[in-house]
Write a new protein. Structure first.
Length: 226
């Protein structure tokens, strides 16, 4: 859901309704994943798990840390700066990111059950990419407009509550990963010309997936406006 810019009341409404939706999600009491995660574990568009609901996390400590560590491993190996659990087939509200994109540099963030408390009215536009929207030579990139500052609440790997203010590139990475937890992919936010510029590549990825998984029920991009 994206509130119209300039309307604080609408923005608040959108946040309240998003919150209510999160509260109604089931809580997972077990962590299951395909360990160890590898580059092949990163699901590619239009895999249905990228659009599936993500449960809230009810397991913390050592098992969650192990999953987060494996997610960081594949994220760095694939030159990413952020990764959401559904991208590795785990439909839980978990994200990891490091805006520096390199092990040992920057700050590694592991956020469970994150939510956006408030977002700035001011936004900016920057080109993004996504590890789930590139397949070999086919790479989707495009401008996305997002608030420049956000206040967020989440739980850390131990389950402790954290509140953070994120700005600039970190705020952008968080919002991209947060979208994944709601089944939103970054091209859903493309302006029409950006979507058109990427249409052939998106269709190519859809065709590749459907060729490997015939008859599967995937959400495809809307046809071009006549
Ligand atoms: Co992504």
């Amino acid at each position: 859901m994206q509130a119209r810019r300039g309307s604080a009341a609408l923005r608040e409404l959108a946040e309240v309704s998003r919150e209510a939706k999160i509260e109604s999600l089931p809580v997972a009491t077990e962590l299951e994943w395909d360990s160890p995660l590898t580059l092949e574990s990163i699901l590619k568009y239009p895999h249905p798990k990228l659009r599936a609901p993500n449960a809230r996390i009810g397991v913390f400590g050592e098992p969650l840390q192990r999953l987060a560590n494996e997610m960081f491993d594949v994220m760095y190996r694939d030159d990413g700066v952020g990764l959401a659990a559904p991208q590795v087939g785990v439909n839980l509200r978990l994200m990891v990111f490091n805006a520096a994109g390199e092990r040992g540099k920057g700050e590694e963030m592991v956020l469970a059950n994150p939510r956006i408390v408030s977002s700035s009215k001011r936004s900016d536009t920057l080109e993004e990419g996504c590890l789930s929207l590139r397949l070999g030579e086919t790479v989707i990139n495009g401008d996305v407009t997002r608030p420049v500052q956000i206040k967020i609440a989440a739980q850390d790997v131990t389950g402790a509550r954290v509140r953070l203010t994120l700005e600039g590139f970190e705020a952008r990475v968080f919002q991209h990963e947060f979208d994944h937890l709601d089944g939103v992919l970054f091209h859903d936010r493309f302006a029409p010309p950006t979507l058109e510029a990427n249409r052939a590549k998106l269709l190519e990825m859809e065709e590749a997936y459907l060729a490997a998984h015939p008859g599967s029920d995937v959400r495809r991009i809307a046809p071009a406006a006549a």
